[in-house]
Design a binder for this molecule. Sequence first.
Ligand code: HEM
Length: 339
Amino acid sequence: TPSKLPPGPAQLPIIGNLHNLGDQPHKSLADLAKIHGPLMSLKLGQVTTIVASSPAVAKEILQKHDQVLCNRQVLLAIQARDHHQFGMPWLPVESRWRNLRKVCNSYIFTTQKLDSNQELRRRKIEELMVFVVPVAYQVLFVAGTDTTSSTLEWAMAELLRNPYVLVKAKEELEQIIGKGNPLQESDIHKLPYLQSIIKETFRLHPPVPLLLPRKAGAEVAICGFAVPKGAQILVNAWAIGRDPSTWDAPNSFVPERFMESSVDVKGNNFELIPFGGGRRICPGLPLALRMLHMMLGSLVHWFDWKLADEIVPEKLDMEEKFGLTLQKAKPLLAIPTPR
Ligand code: HEM
């Protein structure tokens, strides 16, 4: 078994590499990975931290060694409020977690259940559309801490910044759904371009850029290096989504790249893992995907959009703010007119 830790930047006493993170840790870690490689080790304070930044290493962690690495590193801030006792994301892989996952997979997020309560969501979407009309002036995509709303805001921002994509999305909806007809969840599979837009949004703007920290339950060898027991494991989904050896023109928003490809966000393609992977993959994935396609599709289908304040598309501010979820730093201001 290897004894050497993966390579990484030099460490200072006590703080280790905390000073390397800055206020955009996912970007700083991506830059460090360019120097030290797709598997690196750092010391965040006293915590040995292993960072994965390529699809191959992510696969080692989320698939091959999933069993040893499936528990969470519970952040002190969360422990302090006792949240880890209750929230599924922080539970250890033991009976309580297993029961909750079972409830999710067999009762809450099954295709059958989601199909049977889609009427509730259809009404919500209708309310959202009715809400947009009188405000027909300025719709603020209010920055919540919510992963789904943040993805929707990024998607709308990309559509407004890339008007040709918006036109193509409209054309697809008009052709498949028809002007004036409401979008239904059962239509989503007939809208490959809309699906590609959502994938491309997740690639560039994964709402949980470093996924949720895992913890090594035992020492494990990864790519010829030793990952010690107790180490915190981060997977930089943001860096992987922009990796130039995986993606052509990695920083451009080009949904077309997914039209002829089978790459999906469901945890099988490690170049695109906004929901994580392995046994702790996001259980809300099927619901989140339905909601996102319905909300984005309906906003595009029902309204014409332009940017507020005469901003030209290329000048739209796409700065990110790192937090629990990766938000747009400046809220998107967009003006709808009913079509
Ligand atoms: C765009 C939407 C969403 C994204 C990008 C997202 C992303 C994630 C990620 C990256 C993880 C950690 C996965 C891992 O460790 O490999 C996670 C876990 C989780 N997510 Fe989501 N999520 C989303 C929406 C939702 C929704 C709508 C729900 C519930 C209704 C949900 C419930 C959960 C729960 C309970 C966990 C913890 C699972 C566990 O630890 O076993 N998520 N999510």
